[in-house]
Design a protein around this ligand. Structure first.
Ligand code: NAD
Length: 351
């Protein structure tokens, strides 16, 4: 059992179809939700996937909107909403990473429409009731059962094209969800079980993908681990996600890369305050120490090592430390501005 013996646990009613070739089940999934006029969503670069889904849906597809963008800008959602209205859409199918799934969630929030999410990265958004949207450079996050997709299709074939570098950073983005589930305020024994296995499975799959991006066994392991990591987000988040949220918003840093860089530093910050979590992370990584285990894994899969190399200006360190300390999340170790400045300085330099 985890170190939290008094807890709430809510299980979500999500149907998951997992395995190679499962995209073939998309029309059945839509019919099961009562959909007759689907809107298929993707990012501009992945329109080919959306068109493939459109073909598989046949008469159930009413329109394709390949305009999803990172951080779910409200302007993009409004454009998609005009298609929803003009085409009489009754079901959403999102195929892509967190950006596409975010757009479907934003439409579902406004309309209550059912969703089929088909993730092609490891970000994990498809498993959560959380929607983050941006308007005029400001990010708003809300939590509602309405935004969680009813059906999720994890088809490993769709991940074979995810470049090794993107796979590595996206995988570490996912792993951060499981790591923080182990010490978040609302952790519970069920998600603790999932989190440890999520870290183990994902860490088992990622190196094989770097060696051979077409390795199906490694891809399957990583995708399964990413699903578990996505479920772990239900336990809530702490320092790591707060730091990434602030850094991404203030300096427009790339989402998954920021997670990859920050994770070992956030874990080191919390190490003394969350010994049970540290033991579980270390065990899952097959090492004696959580922080060095994460660093070794990141070296092995070649993720960026510093905030400097992903574009953060050095003079931003003070501002970020102030911003995190002024509006902290719950964290096992209090968020102290001076200590956060040290953390950020180290993460900026990659030391
Ligand atoms: P993304 O969806 O922007 O995808 C990254 C890039 O990879 C895009 O250019 C995309 O077209 C491309 N791509 C996706 N799948 C591919 C594939 N299989 N092969 C080749 N290229 C592919 O980024 P992401 O990292 O998946 O998601 C990040 C976004 O998700 C952020 O906006 C983040 O805030 C959000 N997110 C939300 C939650 C939540 O619970 N609300 C959780 C995690 C992430």
């Amino acid at each position: 059992m985890s170190d939290n013996a008094t807890f709430d646990y809510t299980s979500a009613a999500v149907k998951v179809l997992f395995g190679a070739g499962r995209l073939a089940d998309v029309a059945n999934a839509v019919e099961g939700l009562g959909g007759r006029r689907c809107l298929v969503l993707s990012t501009p670069g992945r329109e080919n996937l959306a068109r493939d889904v459109e073909t598989r849906l046949g008469g159930l597809a009413a329109a394709v909107f390949p305009g999803a963008r990172m951080h779910t800008p409200v302007g993009v959602t409004e454009n998609a909403m005009t298609v929803v209205a003009s085409e009489g859409i009754d079901c959403l199918v999102a195929i892509g990473g967190g950006s596409t799934i975010g757009l479907a969630k934003a439409i579902a929030w406004r309309t209550g429409l059912p969703q089929v999410a088909i993730p092609t990265t490891y970000a994990g958004s498809e498993m959560t009731a959380v929607l983050g949207e941006t308007a005029e450079g400001k990010k708003t996050t809300r939590r509602s059962g309405e935004v969680r997709p009813e059906v999720v299709i994890y088809d490993v074939d769709l991940t074979l094209t995810l470049p090794p570098r993107t796979s590595a950073v996206s995988g570490m983005n996912a792993m951060a969800h499981a790591v923080e589930a182990l010490y978040a305020e609302n952790r519970n024994p069920v998600l603790t079980l999932l989190a440890e296995d999520a870290i183990r499975t994902l860490a088992g799959g990622l190196p094989g993908i770097i060696d051979d991006p077409s390795d199906r066994a490694a891809r399957t392991e990583a995708l399964y681990g990413a699903w578990l990591c996505g479920m772990c987000l239900e336990a809530g988040v702490a320092l790591h996600h707060k730091l990434c949220h602030v850094l991404g918003g203030a300096f427009d840093l790339p989402h998954a890369e920021t997670h990859a860089v920050v994770l070992p530093y956030a874990v080191a910050y919390n190490a003394s305050a969350a010994p049970d979590a540290m033991a579980r992370i270390a065990r899952a990584l097959g090492t004696g120490d959580a922080v060095s285990g994460l660093i070794d894994l990141e070296r092995r899969i070649g993720t960026p090592r510093s905030l400097r190399e992903i574009g953060m200006p050095e003079e931003g360190i003070d501002r970020a430390a102030r911003s995190v300390a002024a509006n902290p999340y719950w964290n096992p170790r209090p968020m102290d501005e001076d200590a956060l400045r040290d953390l950020l300085r180290a993460a900026w330099a990659g030391s």
